[in-house]
Design a protein around this ligand. Structure first.
Ligand SMILES: CC(C)(COP(=O)(O)OP(=O)(O)OC[C@H]1O[C@@H](n2cnc3c(N)ncnc32)[C@H](O)[C@@H]1OP(=O)(O)O)[C@@H](O)C(=O)NCCC(=O)NCCS
Length: 202
């Protein structure tokens, strides 16, 4: 049970925050702390859904821009990841996102050095004081029952297929086929899951 109070606070929360109005959390889902929404700026009417039995634990940050939309499917589990979203990030049912993973559907800073320096110069004038540029993102999709190992990074536009495994500390720059294991920087195919492994996971 979320046990979310009518004022959208969480009774067990150590942080004095609220769940944003445009975030829907299933009654059976668990959000450990509203600190996860400190960088949540989406203005969309239905900006985020946390599905039945899903959970987000300490260290998870929803760094979501004005047009961003995030969906966590049934029993999706996010354990301390940074979700950087300007367009759309979908984490499907039973997907598991491990510690310190970064899912980023957009790059926050320009690649041109002059533009980057100018942006950094403007940071002290910002309220709050951080980089917030409206950007066109490329959606990310983490497929059903996929597993993203700790410290990995998934780059803009990537789809990780159903049941796929991303090895720890990988940088995923292109799509991952369903039921495969990839690892490394850039992430490359390690092997395909066996039929027995696929059957076990269903
Ligand atoms: C990918 C993983 C699942 C192992 O899969 P596996 O099928 O048992 O693979 P193996 O250990 O047999 O390794 C196969 C090859 O991939 C390489 N490899 C495995 N994991 C790797 C990684 N994270 N990065 C780079 N290479 C990796 C191995 O060195 C080996 O290479 P080789 O064939 O040249 O010797 C595991 O290494 C991993 O990274 N797990 C993530 C753990 C995690 O994040 N836990 C957090 C708790 S939720």
């Amino acid at each position: 049970m979320t046990g979310m109070a009518p004022d959208r606070t969480l009774p067990w929360d150590w942080f004095p925050g609220r769940v944003p109005d445009n975030v829907t959390i299933a009654q059976t889902a668990f959000v450990e702390t509203t600190f996860s929404f400190l960088l949540f700026r989406s203005q969309r009417a239905e900006a985020m859904k946390v599905g039945h039995g899903a959970s987000t634990y300490l260290g998870t940050m929803f760094d979501v821009g004005r047009e961003g939309r995030v969906a966590l499917g049934k029993f999706a589990l996010v354990h301390g990841a940074r979700i950087i979203c300007e367009a759309e990030i979908t984490i499907e049912d039973y997907a598991l996102i491990s510690w310190n993973v970064v899912l980023m559907d957009s790059y926050r800073v320009p690649s041109d050095p002059d533009a980057r320096r100018e942006m950094v110069r403007r940071v002290p004038e910002g309220k709050p004081r951080f980089i917030d540029r409206p950007l066109a993102g490329q959606p990310i999709r983490i497929g059903r029952a996929a597993w993203i190992g700790f410290d990995s990074c998934v780059l803009p536009g990537v789809t990780v297929g159903e049941g796929a495994v991303v090895g720890a500390r990988s940088v995923v720059a292109s799509d991952v086929a369903p039921f495969t294991i990839v690892a490394g920087n850039p992430a490359r195919l390690v092997r395909r899951l066996t039929d027995a492994e696929i059957a076990d996971g269903r």
